[in-house]
Design a protein around this ligand. Structure first.
Ligand code: SF4
Length: 409
């Protein structure tokens, strides 16, 4: 990684100067720039869940909606020179719990986005929403403002497990949320987790079956992991062992396939044509501008790829964004890191990627990772022909090991 600027620095270049510097000659030659997405982070939740390591903070009596929306606008305005002339194909408002935004606030946010950026006519515009914040009128209004896809953090339909996960909603609210989503959105995703504290295979099956019964166009099914720096890491609950988790994964594959879902990414299942376009762009090593507290960006230029991270704490972000300095870290991705970065993402895709995408997105030839590709193939972790590179079934099962091979080589 090549640091570009220490942050919050008053002498830092203006956004236009920074953009001009990124355009100068460099070590890479990207034949074309990848599709560009916009991510907007909303950093507050009603309560912090014990397993959550996202950048989310308890609202504790309220959050400064108007100030945050103003900060997002200023953040976006300052980022514009980096993406001049580029269309936005997908927008994702994530968190945190963005569905805490008022209908008026969300409308203001999307009209700022539309005023400042050229959105593709068919742009996918997703918002994350949590049961417990669902109110029919508000969601109708979100739809009218332009949200065309909802991603709902259900996690489970089982009251006991929801409680163990520290969620603010119960099973009745989970079902009510999906019904409101169905009434207003033809495109929506349900997020569920499995391998929950004390969960049996049968309970996991009932959860997945309950989700499928709503016929959501997309399902994201995550294995609960005990992440460092969370309450669960400090006080670990008893969770199903590896064998039990593997049985749950098999059961999930069977139920989803029988219901017509295609397993296309390690945790993602979609009805035909309903893959999450925003996430696909991440996995295919596309570009994204991330605004809001702690948001990450990856932006390609003809001769370099740049990563940025905004100030993480909401208070700090609000202060810095108001002064036009929302970026906390910024660096150019080194040539030697690009192979691993690309593979870290693209190997998550069950069908892998077209061989020429590697050069298109990294500016490197496949020679850069040839040795590791051969080694992974020899171990039975990777399949490749002249068109496609993808993890084998074994590679999918040992994805971490497969990805790590590209870090070393
Ligand atoms: S609602 Fe989601 S983002 Fe918020 S604390 Fe819980 S898991 Fe984290």
């Amino acid at each position: 990684m090549i640091p570009i600027k220490p942050v919050g620095n008053k002498e830092a270049a203006t956004p236009a100067q920074a953009a001009a510097a990124f355009l100068r000659p460099g070590a890479l030659h990207l034949p074309t720039l990848p599709p560009l997405s916009l991510y907007i982070h909303f950093p507050w939740c009603v309560r912090k869940c014990p397993y959550c390591d996202f950048n989310s903070h308890e609202v504790q009596g309220g959050f400064p909606e108007d100030d945050y929306l103003a900060a997002l606008r200023s953040d976006l305005e300052n980022a514009l020179p980096l993406i001049w002339g580029r269309k936005i194909y997908t927008v994702f408002i994530g968190g945190g719990t963005p569905s805490l935004l008022s209908a008026r606030g969300l409308d203001r946010l999307l009209s700022d986005v539309r005023t400042l950026l050229p959105l593709d006519g068919a742009a996918e515009i997703t918002m994350e929403a949590n049961p417990g914040t669902f109110e029919a009128g508000k969601f109708k209004s979100y739809r009218a403002s332009g949200i065309n896809r909802l991603s709902i953090g259900i996690q489970s339909f089982n009251a006991r497990h929801l409680q163990a996960l520290g969620r603010i909603h119960d099973d009745g609210e989970a079902r009510a949320a999906v019904e409101i989503a169905q009434a207003n959105f033809d495109n929506f995703n349900l997020d569920l987790m499995y391998a929950l504290p004390s969960q049996t295979l049968d309970e996991a099956r009932r959860d997945i079956a309950a989700a499928i019964a709503f016929a959501p166009p997309h399902l994201s099914l995550y294995h609960l992991t005990l992440e460092p720096n969370t309450y669960f890491a400090k006080y670990p609950p008893a969770v199903p062992d590896d064998d039990a988790s593997a049985e749950m994964q098999e059961m999930i594959d069977e139920l989803t396939a029988a219901a017509g879902y295609r397993h296309y990414e390690i945790s993602a299942y979609a009805q035909p044509g309903r893959q999450a376009r925003h996430n696909l762009n991440y996995w295919q090593f596309g570009d994204y501008l991330g605004i809001g507290a702690g948001a990450h960006s990856k932006i390609s230029f003809p001769h370099r790829i740049v990563r940025q991270m905004r100030y993480k704490q909401p208070k700090s972000y609000l202060e810095h964004a108001a002064g036009g300095q929302a970026i906390h870290e910024e660096f150019e991705v080194g040539r030697d890191e690009l192979g691993f970065e690309f593979m870290l993402n693209a190997l998550r895709l069950i069908d892998g990627f077209e061989a020429n995408l590697f050069a298109e997105r990294t500016g490197l030839t496949l020679n850069a990772i040839e040795k590791t590709l051969n080694a992974a193939e020899a171990k039975g972790l990777l399949y490749r022909d002249h068109k496609i590179i993808k993890p084998t079934e074994l590679g999918g099962r040992f994805l971490n090991d497969l990805q790590q091979m590209f870090l070393a080589g």
